[in-house]
Write a protein of this length. Structure first.
Length: 200
């Protein structure tokens, strides 16, 4: 769009088309005489060309110099093909505008992709941290289970030892009266023997 609206002086037009300024003047005068209405004038009455004018002059020049058509026949052919040249300019401009938009879209997509890549990196870091926390937590739980199992085993050993002691005490208690009865019998025998000695 910017190039389509650009205005060129005769020298700039000649440079773009790669012909002399006198040739530009000759081609322009021929077009104007044939009824070409597009070429504008400055406040000083100097000719000014837009992109469409440049393309018309380029088309005219190519017919003469490259296709070797006579000047008058090239002029007639150019005037007949003005719509074709105009459509060609519009398509070229739309294509350029599309390329600009495509470039902007690509840059926008690249920015989004870079943002997504950064988000994925952050998620990977967080995921690794969570995995490490999970491993530590799992190890801690296993350690606690082992400690609890050890405590249960120790408690069971203490309980079994206490039960053994209780049974021993019971046996001692059961056997103790027998020992006492033997002593009583011995004391009785001793007393009777003493009485016998005393009476005898």
């Amino acid at each position: 769009m910017k190039e389509l609206n650009a205005i060129y002086t005769p020298s700039q037009a000649a440079e773009r088309i790669d012909i002399s300024q006198s040739s530009i003047r000759r081609y322009t005068i021929a077009l104007e005489k044939a009824g070409y209405p597009n070429i504008k004038r400055s406040s000083n009455n100097h000719r000014r060309y837009d992109l469409y004018d440049i393309q018309v002059l380029q088309y005219f020049k190519d017919l003469v110099q490259e296709k070797k058509i006579s000047f008058d026949m090239a002029l007639e052919q150019t005037m007949q093909d003005l719509d074709y040249i105009k459509n060609k300019v519009d398509i070229k401009n739309e294509s350029a505008d599309f390329n600009v938009k495509s470039s902007d879209d690509i840059e926008h997509l690249e920015t989004k992709i870079n943002m997504l890549i950064e988000m994925v990196r952050e998620l990977n870091v967080k995921t690794e941290a969570l995995q490490e926390d999970n491993q530590r937590l799992t190890a801690y739980i296993k350690q606690q289970q082992l400690e609890m199992e050890t405590e249960d085993e120790e408690q069971s050993s203490v309980n079994e030892s206490a039960e053994d002691n209780d049974q021993t005490n019971i046996y001692e208690y059961i056997e103790e009266p027998e020992e006492k009865s033997d002593k009583v019998e011995q004391e009785k025998v001793g007393i009777f023997s003493k009485i016998k000695k005393w009476l005898g």
